[in-house]
Design a protein around this ligand. Sequence first.
Ligand SMILES: Nc1ncnc2c1ncn2[C@@H]1O[C@H](COP(=O)(O)OP(=O)(O)OP(=O)(O)O)[C@@H](O)[C@H]1O
Ligand SMILES: [Mg+2]
Length: 257
Amino acid sequence: MRPFAVAVAGKGGVGKTTLAALLVEELRRRGTVLAVDADPNCNLGEALGMEFERTIGQLRDEILERIADLPPGVPKDQILELGLHECLVEDEGVDLLVMGHGEGPKCYCMVNHVLRRAIGTLKRNYDYVVLDNEAGMEHLSRRTTQDVDVLLVVAEPYPVSLRSARRIAGIAGELKLRVREKYLVLNRAAGGLSPETRALVGETGLPLLAKIPHDPGLEELSFKGRPLSELPLDSPARRAVAEMVARLLPERRGNGR
Ligand SMILES: Nc1ncnc2c1ncn2[C@@H]1O[C@H](COP(=O)(O)OP(=O)(O)OP(=O)(O)O)[C@@H](O)[C@H]1O
Ligand SMILES: [Mg+2]
């Protein structure tokens, strides 16, 4: 079965990793989740309280180094698949895969091809995939953010942030990425928006899916380096994300799986 895949994008520091982690926490209540950290800074694991030892970037380099020494006939895709499973960090209902650094100057074509196929197969084991991206738009042009059901563009309710969201939405459109739906999520926003902000939201061309309020409890956990799972279910940010998921997946509301 194909999982329901959600990718999070946006300008630096707007709350992408926070939203991705809260989404994972909400979705794991409904089914199994593969959390993919596609930001080279790798902080989704910390937000989820899951420690990783090996990234896909490291695996790719190791395989490339070893490939020349392997005797002929040793199936390289099997070695890669084994390595891929060693990169997975497992927790109850959630596995984490950390992509790590990008490619160096070597030729990665063959390894990338096999890796992409192996990750594609791996994803099928889950009900949901949540992808946390690096800031900006490069992941869009590298097309690492495609084949997702939903792209969530996160922005704060300020002009610079909303203009950046508009550019991201525009580029995703120009590149004709395989993304079924795109939405705007306003972080650190609550209540009514000023007419100026509403106009800027309209200019993004993205339907506004949710507003996540500033949450002091979340801020405190983040300062302490504690996982967001420790945030009470009735805290403002968690409630907003629960409502957002219920809007995204109404057919699965409260049913479990
Ligand atoms: N709604 C919120 N309430 C309180 N604190 C928040 C909220 N959203 C994000 N934060 C805090 O803001 C900081 C930046 O958030 P986060 O790391 O999620 O942003 P990001 O977009 O992933 O950043 P980067 O571009 O560096 O990856 C974190 O310390 C996080 O705890
Ligand atoms: Mg981040």
